[in-house]
Design a protein around this ligand. Structure first.
Ligand code: FES
Ligand SMILES: [Fe+2]
Length: 381
């Protein structure tokens, strides 16, 4: 659908019925899903603290090198185990030294004396986990439904290796707001206008498509002026086109964001998991794949850090306005460029309704288009 067609649809169609009051970011975290918690490379010889849906979890590596994700709260007196240490392949609490193995069994309680065996019912909550694309994934939901085939496809990352460039950031805002930020990239021209956008704009064609679980936004923009800060890198072209894709796994907020610049024909692809730490906090331990000369690969990550800070400035003040109660007619006003974000709200709301009714299943065809194919087709086009 073209932008013009979208405009007509948006003015009369179902998108207009999606009210802000129906959409309160941060209220619900979906179950039966793989959330990426941290980079595999970040888990060394010390336990690492993370949070998912307000639950503190600890990530550590057992004697065999396998990743373990467990409740970050000692069964004895609730001290965070992430403050402890790994000793003899177990996780040891820093307070009285209770130690847990990779299955959560408490295997040592020093105060019981040497040779004693802890109560077999002292078992720490342990989550199914898996390492892929250099990321630690944790299954949040019914352990019996755990299935590694449900991990998102990330075509620009190697499944068995860490990404060439890994970074972390935290937003003081709900995960849904971080996702919408990535589904509407027209904000690049304004909020990030000096770094990556063009306030003058250009030809725009924004399209969206969706399954029950995945929303895909594509944005083709032509005849643009390269941003002043980057024009020298590209050889000062007078005009530049770019193609962008954001693909969102709605259940978890995990996003794939790719941008192709022509000229010079370089590409930046980011995996940005909008992992919900709580209603007002989102964590992204994110990964980048950049094509272009080595120096561009060095320059872009710090630029992206500035971009993220600019986003955070907006998201953290936007968040309280969404977290308070809305009046009946206090709705977001939207334009055609908001169609992908509105679609995301619609898909997410349906998903939450299904989950609240007890239906956690993934439906046939939920993945939709292969992200690699979307990118390839558009690059050729
Ligand atoms: S609180 Fe952990 S051993 Fe006492
Ligand atoms: Fe942004």
């Amino acid at each position: 659908m073209t932008l013009q067609e979208k405009r007509e649809v948006a003015s009369v169609g179902s998108n207009a019925a999606l009210a802000a009051r129906d959409h309160r970011p941060g209220d619900y975290v979906c179950r039966n899903a793989w959330y990426s918690l941290c980079h595999d490379s970040a888990v060394k010889n010390k336990p690492l603290a993370r949070t998912l849906d307000e639950k503190p979890v600890v990530v550590w590596r057992d004697r065999t090198g396998k990743i373990v994700v467990q409740d970050d709260s000692c069964l004895h007196r609730r001290v965070p185990l992430s403050l402890g240490k790994i000793a003899d392949g177990t996780l040891q609490c820093p307070y009285h030294g209770w130690s847990y193995d990779s299955r959560g069994s408490c295997v040592k309680i020093p105060s019981l004396g040497p040779g004693s065996t802890p109560n077999s019912r002292f078992v720490l909550g342990t989550y199914p986990s898996h390492v892929r694309y250099g990321l630690v994934w944790v299954w949040y939901g019914d352990p019996a439904a755990t299935d590694t085939d449900l991990i998102p496809d990330i075509p620009f990352l190697h499944p068995n290796r860490s990404a060439p460039c890994e970074r972390q950031l935290v937003y003081e805002a709900a995960s849904e707001l971080a996702v919408e930020n990535l589904l509407d990239l027209t904000h690049l021209d304004i909020l990030h206008g000096r770094i990556i956008g063009d306030p003058g704009g250009g030809f725009e064609n924004i399209e969206e498509s969706a399954t029950d679980e995945v929303v895909t936004m594509t944005r083709l923009s032509k005849d643009r002026k390269p941003p002043a800060s980057q024009a020298p890198f590209y050889g000062f072209p007078k005009q530049q086109d770019f193609f962008q894709m954001t693909l969102t796994y709605v259940r978890t907020g995990a996003c794939l964001v790719s941008t192709f610049f022509t000229p010079p024909g370089w590409n930046i692809s980011l995996y940005l998991p909008c992992t919900p730490e709580g209603p007002n906090r989102t964590r992204m331990d994110y990964s980048m794949a950049i094509t272009g000369p080595w120096w561009y690969q060095k320059i872009f990550p710090p630029l992206n850090r500035i971009i993220a800070m600019q986003d955070h400035r907006v998201l953290r003040v936007q968040n309280p306005n969404y977290r308070r109660k809305f009046d009946a007619d206090d709705r977001d006003k939207s334009v055609p460029a908001d169609a992908p974000g509105l679609r995301y709200r619609q898909v997410r709301r349906a998903l939450i309704q299904r989950q609240m009714a007890g239906d956690m299943a993934y439906r046939d065809g939920w993945r939709g288009k292969d992200p690699a194919e979307v990118l390839h087709a558009k690059r050729l086009g």
